[in-house]
Design a protein around this ligand. Structure first.
Ligand SMILES: [Zn+2]
Length: 468
C-alpha cells in the first residue's frame, strides 16, 4: 500500500483544519479551514501546502469556519474539483462563507483606511483574503451526500459520511482506499459532538478503521451534565423577570442559538418559566434556523417527537425572528422582560453590541453567556468581571448580572472521546490526535495509549506520514 497523509492544519492547534490524503494518483483534501487563533492568522495568507489545481476533491466534515473557511481561497487559487458534504452542511456553509467574505472585505477596507491615515503599510496586503465573488464561486462545486451511502471520490477511493452529532449536517468521514487486492480505511472524526444533545442524533460509533484522526479540543477536560444547563437557564429567566429586567444572550449563529431556543421551548412546555418575548436578533442565525427547519431527517427522536406534536423550538409562542436593523433597535422600546439572542457570540461585532449598550448598566438586567469567550474579546472582559467596558466607542459601567451557563459545548470531552473510540472492535494501526492545543492533544494521546495500548501520534503542522 502506498498512501501519504499530510497534516496541513489543526495539528497541535484548534483551527485551520485541513488534511491531505494522497493515494492512487489522487489528492483528496479533508476540510479546508480558516485559522482563527490570533497568532496563527498569518497562515491564512500563505500558499496552500499543495497546489490547489492538483487537488481532486474536498471532503467537508461540517460548516464551521475553521473547517470550511478557506474554500473560497482554494477555489480562487485553482481548485476545480467537487466538494462533498451533506446537504445541510452545504447550505449552512454557503451562509457562513458569504458572511466571512463580507467580514474579510470590511476588514481590508478598514485597514486600508487606517494605514492611509497613518501613512504606513501593515504586514499583510490590504486586500480581502477573499471576496463575496470568491465565496459564490464555491457554491456550484458542492455535491450533497447522504449519511451511510458510500460515494466514489476518485479511482479506488470511496468516502462514507455518518452523524458526528456536533452541528447540523456534521459528519465523521470514513475514507476507503483500494490498491490491487488490498484495502485500507482512514477515519476522520471531524469535530465529535456529545451524546444526548438537543436536536441532533448522537455521534455514530465506528467499529473498524486502520487509521484514525481524532479531534482533541477538550481532550483534557470533562464537561458538566445537560440537566444543570436547563436549570440554570430557568433560574436566570425567572429571577430576571422578577427583577423586571431583560436578558441579553450573546450567541453563535450555528447550533448554539438553536439550542438556546430548544431549551426555552422545553422550559415553556414544562411550565418552568413564564411566557416572555424572545427575539432571535441575528439574520445569520435566522437563515441557519431555516436550514434546521428544512432538514427534519437529521433530528433525533425527541426533536422529531416535538415536531410531530407541533411544538417546534423554532416557532414557540413569543418567539420572533428579527429582520431589519430598525426592527432590532425597536426592541429597546418594549416594556416588560424580553430575551434577546444576538450575535456575535463573543460580543466582537453584530447586533448584540447595541443591546449591551442599552442593558449592561441596568442592575435589573442579565447578560447570559452560553459559549466560550476567547481572551481579548469584549465577552471575555465582561465575564472576567470588569467594572467598566468600552462598547462602540464609549465606556459603560457593568451593573447588570453576568451569568455563565455551562454545559453547552458542542465538542465531546475526554471521556466522551474515549467512549467514541471504544466503538472500535480491533485496534487501529495508528491513532493521530489532531485539532487540539498541544497540552490537550498530548494529554489525550497519553490517556488513550495508556488505556488501550494503541500506537498514538500527535502530528505537527505540515508533518507527512506514509501509511502502509
Ligand atoms: Zn466544529
Amino acid at each position: 500500500m502506498q498512501i501519504k497523509l499530510r497534516f496541513l492544519g489543526a495539528a497541535q492547534n484548534v483551527t485551520g483544519s485541513s488534511h491531505l490524503v494522497e493515494a492512487n494518483g489522487s489528492m483528496i483534501l479533508v476540510d479546508c479551514g480558516l485559522y482563527q487563533e490570533r497568532q496563527l492568522k498569518a497562515r491564512n495568507w500563505e500558499a496552500f501546502g499543495v497546489p490547489p489545481e492538483k487537488v481532486n476533491a474536498v471532503l467537508l466534515t461540517h460548516a464551521h469556519l475553521d473547517h470550511c473557511g478557506l474554500l473560497p481561497k482554494l477555489v480562487r487559487d485553482g481548485f476545480k474539483g467537487k466538494i462533498y458534504c451533506t446537504a445541510a452542511t452545504a447550505e449552512i456553509a454557503q451562509i457562513i462563507l458569504l458572511d466571512s467574505a463580507k467580514i474579510q472585505e470590511e476588514d481590508a477596507e478598514f485597514k486600508r483606511k487606517r494605514h492611509e491615515r497613518e501613512g504606513r503599510k501593515g504586514p499583510y496586503p490590504e486586500v480581502p483574503l477573499y471576496t463575496t465573488a470568491d465565496a459564490e464561486a464555491c457554491f456550484p462545486l458542492f455535491v450533497p451526500v447522504n449519511y451511510k451511502q458510500p460515494v466514489e471520490i476518485a479511482e479506488g477511493i470511496e468516502a462514507s459520511f455518518c452523524d458526528a452529532g456536533h452541528v447540523l449536517g456534521s459528519s465523521i468521514i470514513k475514507v476507503k482506499i483500494r490498491q490491487d487486492e488490498q484495502q485500507r480505511t482512514i477515519l476522520f472524526s471531524g469535530d465529535v459532538g456529545r451524546p444526548h444533545r438537543p436536536i441532533l442524533r448522537d455521534p455514530v460509533l465506528v467499529d473498524e478503521a486502520d487509521y484514525i484522526l481524532v479531534e482533541s479540543t477538550y481532550g483534557d477536560r470533562v464537561h458538566q451534565g445537560p440537566e444543570d444547563t436547563k436549570k440554570m437557564i430557568a433560574e436566570v429567566i425567572n429571577s430576571t423577570k422578577k427583577a423586571g429586567g431583560n436578558i441579553i444572550v450573546p450567541s453563535f449563529a450555528l447550533e448554539r442559538s438553536q439550542e438556546v431556543m430548544y431549551y426555552i421551548n422545553e422550559l415553556l412546555l414544562e411550565d418552568a418559566i413564564p411566557h416572555l418575548k424572545v427575539f432571535l436578533d441575528s439574520p445569520m442565525a435566522a437563515s441557519i434556523t431555516k436550514v434546521f427547519q428544512k432538514h427534519r431527517e437529521l433530528y433525533d427522536e425527541e426533536m422529531t417527537e416535538l415536531m410531530r406534536h407541533n411544538e417546534s423550538p423554532f416557532d414557540f409562542p413569543g418567539l420572533k425572528m428579527v429582520g431589519t436593523s430598525d426592527e432590532s433597535k425597536a426592541i429597546n422600546h418594549i416594556k416588560g422582560t424580553v430575551m434577546v439572542i444576538a450575535g456575535s457570540g463573543m460580543c466582537t461585532g453584530g447586533r448584540v453590541k447595541h443591546h449591551l449598550v442599552n442593558n449592561i448598566s441596568g442592575p435589573q438586567n442579565t447578560i447570559m453567556f452560553v459559549g466560550y469567550q476567547a481572551i481579548g474579546t469584549l465577552g471575555r472582559r465582561i465575564v472576567d468581571g470588569e467594572k467598566e467596558v468600552r462598547i462602540l466607542g464609549q465606556e459603560y459601567p457593568v451593573k447588570a448580572r453576568v451569568a455563565r451557563i455551562n454545559g453547552f459545548s458542542a465538542h465531546a470531552d475526554k471521556e466522551e472521546l474515549f467512549e467514541w473510540l471504544s466503538g472500535l472492535k480491533k485496534p487501529p494501526k495508528k491513532l493521530f490526535v489532531v485539532h487540539g492545543e498541544p497540552e490537550s492533544a498530548h494529554h489525550f494521546g497519553d490517556y488513550i495509549s495508556q488505556k488501550t495500548g494503541w500506537q498514538v501520534v500527535v502530528p505537527a503542522y505540515r508533518d507527512e506520514v506514509i501509511l502502509d
